[in-house]
Design a protein around this ligand. Structure first.
Ligand code: ADP
Ligand code: MG
Length: 317
């Protein structure tokens, strides 16, 4: 079995570099050059086997997702990603597993010009912890506490796909490949997050479910929100696989979609629609920010609707 140092060496050999990495993998710590006039934005997320991905998930998919969820957090801040670090806890020193993992991890890193600059490698239950580092201009970050009464609420992409894939997996049903890809290879909405700077007020990425994550924005901003269920974007794959009632629950409470939910003043509707025309992802207006402190979803008849549970919480029974 390769030693810890051989594993780290194998990682270092594959990691890309950037001009702003003064010192990367190999010393006690990395030295990085933050551009003048930019703030450093830092996010960290952990994936644990059995909790965040099914046990039979391919190493490359775990690698992709471990970075994707972190880039999604940077996107939700409107930040430009630059660097990341990687803490790996592995049950055994398995060079083949690491190689597969890096295939996914580094493929996504390359798409966003992100350099892996350090990390930690230990023995233990399979667990992957990543930090991602990016830049934002002063006072330009998309914060959770910046939603204003009268704002529209928007969402990128489509909702419920990842939860749909998970539901099929739990039920032992055949897994739709499109839904499955949305669960295993989520697309961090980095370009959308950058395009929203100057237009959006508040933003959050949907990792725990729309109602729960929008609830965090409302709590931080001291406002409420109204959502129109019929306006929620649905992918053709989800529409085919689930009936309307089950779909609604997946769209409102399903985690792991990594879409951006954001609020923006009405005067920016046209500019936001123009981004949609340009960009790689659709943005849909799904509701509005109102006085109060609750997120309320309304059905097509204008009746409030409650899901059986609002979203995912690791410490909730
Ligand atoms: P130390 O004992 O000083 O903490 P390590 O032996 O843990 O050093 O790490 C040596 C170098 O390898 C450091 O630069 C560290 O950032 C890097 N490194 C260790 N594990 C990883 C990993 N999984 N991914 C990327 N870099 C790593
Ligand atoms: Mg050291």
């Amino acid at each position: 079995m390769p030693s810890e140092f051989a594993l780290i060496d194998a990682i270092a050999r594959r990691a890309a570099v950037r001009d702003d990495v003064v010192l990367g993998i190999g010393d006690d710590a990395a030295i990085l050059d933050v551009p003048a006039g930019r703030r450093l934005v830092v996010a960290m997320d952990t994936l644990n086997t059995g909790v965040h991905f099914p046990d039979d998930t391919a190493p490359a998919d775990i690698g992709w997702k471990a970075l994707a969820v972190n880039l999604s957090d940077l996107a939700a801040m409107g930040a430009q990603p630059a660097w990341c670090t990687l803490s790996l806890s592995l049950p055994a020193s398995d060079a083949g597993w690491i190689d597969g993992f890096l295939d996914g991890f580094l493929a996504l890193a390359a798409l966003h010009d992100v350099a892996l600059v350090g990390g930690d490698t230990t023995r233990g239950p399979l667990s992957v912890c990543v930090t991602a580092h990016g830049f934002v201009a002063p006072d330009c970050a998309l914060r959770r506490d910046a939603a204003r009464v009268g704002d529209d609420v928007w969402i990128t992409g489509a909702l419920g796909d990842a939860a749909g894939a998970l539901t099929q997996w739990h039920a032992g049903d055949e897994r739709d490949p499109v839904l499955r890809a949305r669960l295993e290879r989520p697309t961090p909405r980095v370009a959308a997050g950058l395009a929203l700077v100057g237009l959006a007020n508040a933003a959050v990425d949907v990792s725990d479910g729309l109602l729960a994550d929008l609830g965090h924005v409302c709590m931080a901003s001291g406002v409420g929100a109204e959502i129109e269920l019929d306006a929620l974007p649905v992918s053709p794959a989800l529409a085919t696989a689930f009936d309307a009632a089950r779909r609604r629950i997946l769209q409102c409470t399903g985690g792991d979609d990594y879409e951006l939910c954001f609020t923006a003043a009405r005067r920016h509707r046209e500019a936001l629609t123009a981004i949609v025309g340009n960009g790689d992802v659709v943005m849909t207006r799904i509701g509005r920010i109102v006085p109060g402190n609750a997120v309320v979803a309304f059905d097509g008849d204008g009746n409030p609707w409650q899901p059986p549970r609002r979203g995912f919480d690791h410490f909730e029974g």
